[in-house]
Design a protein around this ligand. Sequence first.
Ligand code: LMR
Length: 396
Amino acid sequence: IFSQVELAPADPILGLTDAFKADVREHKVNLGVGIYKDESGQTPILKSVKFAEEKLLATEKSKSYLGMEGVEAYNRAVQTLLFGAEHEVVSQSRALTAQAPGGTGSLRVAAEFLVRHTDSKKIWISNPTWANHNNIFSTAGLDIAEYGYYQAETHSLDFDAMLADLQSAQAGDLVLLHGCCHNPTGIDLNIAQWQQIADLCLANGLVPLFDFAYQGFGAGVEEDAQGLRIVANTVPELIVANSFSKNFGLYNERIGAVTVVGSNSEQTVNAFSQIKSTIRASYSNPPAHGALIVSTILEDAALKQLWHDELQEMRERIAEMRTLFVASLKSAGVSQDFEFISRQNGMFSFSGLNKDQVNRLKEEFAVYIVGSGRISVAGMTKTNMPVICAAIAKVL
Ligand code: LMR
């Protein structure tokens, strides 16, 4: 049977990591996948995570199965991070959360549930968006439509196009929204724009599906949740897929969650029961370690403060690299204006480099960035910056 199987195309992001690993050039730099590096070029384990793991090692009593929805304390902590401590979707029992494997696993569980148990068969995604969105949603069986988001000439948000495209969505259609630090553009909605999108969803019966993978990498943990909270204050139903890969540095623990918010507690319970049956048919129940790390940190005031401090340090280092990147391009002799990069949020800068230039960066200079021109600023250091900027200056 395998004689009929064709070779799969390389993944636009993870395939780059494979190519990078195979590259023997010593000065190579991987700015493809979104992974935080510290100033020494390492992806550190946070101190708060290490302390939590020590505590778990000393106190954990059993490796028995979790329920399909995962660790209860973790799921409660997720809701507090997403909505804040007192939000009405929590106090009115309209939100239920299931731990799931990372952002991708959470989105996939949500999509499988929607396809099988609701009439929502179409999802609107931004153009551009994370390269895996299309893959996840189409594999689950959703139809995909795109809304405008980015104006290439001005390197800014095309909010008019976003509104106009979403006006043509039908009641029951899903709208994928990036909670903060839009991937790949780094351009987010402001408060007034979030409210306009929330109002549009309410008026036309559209259902928001949040991908919230970078909470704390924009302006701060609370600040970055403002868009989500505005939408949750406005619409009756939504779904959130969140991830702790980046903000807890728990990439390989695959720890995220899917949260359903219904218009009343009974409907939420019904929807959640089908989320659980989707999980049962997929991986039965989640692994415990990542969730226990997160809940141990968030339930301990001192560990929680340490995590906030470490997250702030990561956020500030990325911001520093962003400014240095713009300045270093100038010093490398680039006359083109790259100032827009300093206005983008999160791990990525959407550079405007074209496919040819991206390819030359890889082939001639061993600098790996995503084909869309997305560069992981979080992978830049003071040491590799001159190499990166000299290479970009050559391909421009
Ligand atoms: C990215 O966009 O680089 C990350 O979210 C990692 C991934 O899985 O693609």
